[in-house]
Design a protein around this ligand. Structure first.
Ligand code: DOR
Ligand code: ZN
Length: 429
């Protein structure tokens, strides 16, 4: 099946493209981009008329939790991929904190096999840095790379031992695998339920100080500089972490960073009604931090917007705040929250697409994030003006733990194409 996307605004920062153009897809690849491609619809050719729509390189979420194997009651690879394509994502990288942890070849292979059976989004497994993510011994990087792992992380937990992190950076570097670091000093965060500050004091909830994140970001930046290797910092939430990363970049250290939509959208003030869906790690910070994160996105200190999509079932969440699991889903709200940054003048549309597609592809060494002729036809078409309201009951994700329930959103993916095949469509076919 050939597909012709007509009359949309093609925005592809990877080749500095922004304008009204047509795009032709054949045999899974992009074969032509031109001002006007004249063709007639037939049984062989599907034509989409896309006035007012944005046609972008397929969005890539480099930080999701698909929960399979082990926690299929929260999410499966299938439901996670359904949520991904509905949210406009053509590729996701999934964290290894499943049960068992993805710290070996067989789990990596299992994830790849399952994802292929689903045939929706591309799924790229991230494998554990340490065996069982226990932070004691390194996992077998080379074996997991052979099986298809594209990067390493102990996400959910930090690598507490600095010497182990140093070895991980060196070994991963020799294999060309990116290391993705969950930065948390657990001695500082221990027992904390939300951000440490006025709101936590007023609510009587134990706080997690910004320093719990900042100290670890500083350590990882120092280790990356010392070893001359790259490190990617997960879910940056503090002003201090952004400042450390910004300075490290100026000093030529190979550090990249991501933040999640909740950190640039919400602050700890939102927790006043004790919504357990707002419990997340790292926690929602102060308005001052939120402002700093937005500035760090604007000036390029933060390279990537990734959701940290963390599905949890009602039984994990509907308990006392103290016992509730941390995390929120994000795949189906991320694009709209990113477009809010554009509406508010923080990012241009092109910068948003860089952070949601081009940069994640570069950091993960994926041949994606571009609409260049000859590349895989992974494409997201979205309506930047479409108004909709969040109803988690309609979400594809198996878990419904979104704090954005009921929010009015502007901007929605309408067509998600992966490898030349339509995997999600709001058009009548
Ligand atoms: O809130 C979080 N949830 N933070 C993490 O680092 C892990 C994640 C999860 O796996 O639920
Ligand atoms: Zn994490």
């Amino acid at each position: 099946m050939k597909i012709l996307l007509k009359g949309g605004r093609i925005v592809d920062p990877s080749q500095n493209l922004d304008g009204k153009m047509d795009l032709m897809i054949e045999d899974g690849r992009i074969v032509e981009i031109a001002k006007e491609i004249k063709k007639k619809a037939s049984s062989e050719l599907k034509i989409y008329e896309l006035p007012g729509m944005i046609v972008a390189p397929g969005l890539i979420d480099m930080h999701v939790h698909l929960r399979e194997p082990g926690y299929e009651y929260k999410e499966t690879i299938l439901t996670g991929c359904e949520a991904a394509v509905a949210g406009g994502f053509t590729s996701v990288a999934c964290m290894p904190n499943t049960a068992p942890i993805n710290d070996n070849r067989s789990i990596t292979e299992f994830i790849i096999r399952k994802a292929a059976e689903c045939g929706l989004a591309n799924v790229y497994p991230l494998a554990a840095i340490s065996k069982d993510s226990q932070g004691v011994n390194l996992a077998e990087f080379s074996e997991m790379k052979d099986a298809g792992a594209i990067g390493l992380s102990d996400d959910g937990k930090p690598v507490t031992n600095a010497a182990l992190m140093r070895r991980a950076l060196e070994y991963a570097h020799s294999l060309g695998l990116p290391v993705i670091s969950h930065c948390e000093d657990t001695a500082l965060s221990a027992g904390g339920l939300m951000n440490e500050g006025f709101v936590a004091t007023e609510l009587g909830l134990r706080g997690i100080p910004n320093s719990a994140e900042d100290v670890m970001v500083a350590r990882d930046v120092i280790l990356a500089g010392y070893t001359g290797t790259a490190v990617h910092i997960c879910h940056v939430s503090t002003k201090g972490a952004a400042a450390i990363i910004g300075k490290a970049k100026k000093d030529g250290i190979k550090v990249t960073a991501e933040t999640a939509p909740h950190y640039f959208t919400l602050s700890d003030e939102a927790l006043r009604d004790y919504d357990v869906n707002l419990k997340v790690n790292p926690p929602l910070r102060t308005e001052e931090d939120r402002t700093a994160i937005r500035a760090a996105l604007a000036d390029g200190t933060i390279d990537v917007i990734a959701t940290d999509h963390a599905p949890h079932a009602r039984t994990d969440k509907e308990v006392e705040f103290e016992y509730a699991a941390s995390g929120m889903i994000g795949l189906e709200t991320s694009l709209a929250l990113g477009l809010k940054l554009v509406a508010e003048g923080v990012l241009t549309i092109s910068q948003l697409i860089e952070k949601m597609s081009v940069n994640p592809a570069r950091i993960l060494n994926l041949p994606k994030g571009t609409l260049t002729v000859g590349s895989d036809a992974d494409i997201t078409v979205f309506d930047p003006e479409k108004l909709w309201s969040v109803d988690t009951a309609l979400f594809r994700s198996k878990s419904k733990n979104s704090p954005f329930q009921g929010w009015q959103m502007k901007g929605k993916a309408l067509l998600t194409i992966v490898g030349g095949d339509v995997k999600y469509s709001e058009y009548e076919d």
